[in-house]
Design a protein around this ligand. Sequence first.
Ligand SMILES: CC(C)(COP(=O)(O)OP(=O)(O)OC[C@H]1O[C@@H](n2cnc3c(N)ncnc32)[C@H](O)[C@@H]1OP(=O)(O)O)[C@@H](O)C(=O)NCCC(=O)NCCS
Length: 187
Amino acid sequence: MNENQIMESLQYISPVSVRVLTPADAEAYRSVRLRALHEQPPAFGSLPEVEPNLSETAARLAESDERCFFGAFQGEQLIGIIRLSRYSAPNEKHRAYLAGLYVLPPFRRHGCGQALVREVLSRAANAPGIRRVNLTVVTQQKAAIRLYQSFGFRIYGTEPETFSRDGQFYDEHLMTLELNSGNDRNA
Ligand SMILES: CC(C)(COP(=O)(O)OP(=O)(O)OC[C@H]1O[C@@H](n2cnc3c(N)ncnc32)[C@H](O)[C@@H]1OP(=O)(O)O)[C@@H](O)C(=O)NCCC(=O)NCCS
């Protein structure tokens, strides 16, 4: 059996669970994140060489009003990640953004990405004052775009040449989801 076949068979042994990540998950998170940043074609503009080190990563994983990381687990193994952030200025905190969604390739097409996005949107919907969730996605990442559209995100613009990698330029779609226009408490 190759790695993919072993991972495939594991799908049927333990279900995927999603939970908030904490500083104790720093090593596992950083390993998945670095793999994400090496993905080809690139799904992220961030460069692996400027990714925060382990202790900085642990500090970032401490949940705050402005930022929360979630992880999807198969048993004990972290297989997918996502982040929900919220603007902090009083006149901007009705906006949140979703970022960093990534599922390890052998575990794809089994509902993990969907579970992570669902969790983030549920958190945003239950946070007083958040009306809208935004994100950006590289135009080549058709699976991600389709996933976001299935949750109601729509493309409202496209930024040309957002970043370059190995001499090639990549565009990004800007997507938005109107979460709850009545969610004005503490806005
Ligand atoms: C996008 C990504 C997170 C999806 O993860 P996943 O666990 O495979 O997603 P799911 O199995 O939950 O699929 C959910 C939906 O996404 C869409 N989707 C996922 N993979 C797809 C593919 N290869 N082609 C077309 N649509 C796809 C489908 O709409 C799917 O629903 P369906 O199975 O009912 O058709 C994963 O492909 C990934 O990590 N991609 C690279 C990183 C990336 O693009 N991140 C986005 C950064 S903004």
